[in-house]
Ligand binder design. Structure first.
Ligand SMILES: [Zn+2]
Length: 239
């Protein structure tokens, strides 16, 4: 089982670990702990590199396989052995953009729920751009401009972002989490990681975020479209 270091420190760029599994066919390497985000919840997986026994292996992407995080290696260098010591480094430039983007999406969710009572139904992101679907009957230019202003006002407030890992029973008692469909979490999950933008938004979430909204930058709503009677999609860019 891989210990996911990014869950408690999303600013960790380098780490030491031990190889616990090798998938020769796909050039995948599992580690006992890793700062690589393996993808999920709309946030793409990290790339970067692993250095093992003097060989630098570029990592195309990481992926969760069961309880392990596999790191898929590029190049032709012979694969390392189980038990080898590895030094990992994530592609920080890309990751930090994703942390800012992911946080911007939470601010958008928080603002739209607070100001319009609309829930989010889906979302996806790339570095510095994202899209989210909300249960909105109508969306129009003036509404979009209002939303954009409210999002940037929250960024300017420099709100703190706190991460906590709670026992399942405790998390289920938090009213804000219940509205975000925490009850859909599989039975087997005993702990719930929560991400809180203090005073604005609280979600059960496995992704990486910045620690203060002021790090996000400026958010622009670049487009919107109807995805059916009650679903409207909003596209944002982070600058
Ligand atoms: Zn998130």
């Amino acid at each position: 089982m891989t210990k996911n270091l990014y869950q408690t420190d999303s600013y960790l760029k380098e780490f030491e670990a031990r190889v616990t599994g090798v998938d020769a066919e796909n050039r995948g390497v599992a580690l006992d702990e890793s700062a690589f985000y393996p993808g999920g919840g709309g946030q793409p997986a990290d790339g970067g590199s692993l250095t093992i026994a003097g060989v630098v292996y570029p990592v195309k992407r990481a992926k969760k396989v069961g309880d392990e995080v596999y790191h898929y290696l590029e190049g032709e260098s012979p694969l390392p052995a189980v038990g080898a010591q590895a030094k990992g480094e994530i592609d920080w430039e890309k990751r930090y953009k994703l942390m800012r983007t992911h946080t911007a999406m939470h601010i958008l969710c928080g603002v739209i729920f607070r100001d319009y009572g609309a829930s989010v139904t889906g979302g996806d992101m790339d570095p510095l751009e994202g899209r989210m679907d909300f249960e909105f009957e109508t969306m129009h230019h003036e509404l979009v401009a209002q939303i954009e202003r409210a999002v940037n006002a929250e960024i300017a407030k420099a709100r703190e972002i706190r991460v906590a890992i709670l026992p399942r029973e405790e998390a289920f008692k938090i009213p804000d989490l219940i509205r975000t469909k925490i009850n859909l979490l599989p039975e087997g999950i005993k702990q719930v990681r929560t991400v809180e933008i203090v005073g604005l938004d609280l979600q059960a979430d496995g992704g990486t975020h910045v620690k203060n909204t002021s790090e996000v930058g400026k958010v622009r709503v670049v487009d919107y479209k109807s995805k059916g009677k009650i679903n409207k999609r909003i596209y944002i860019a982070v600058e």
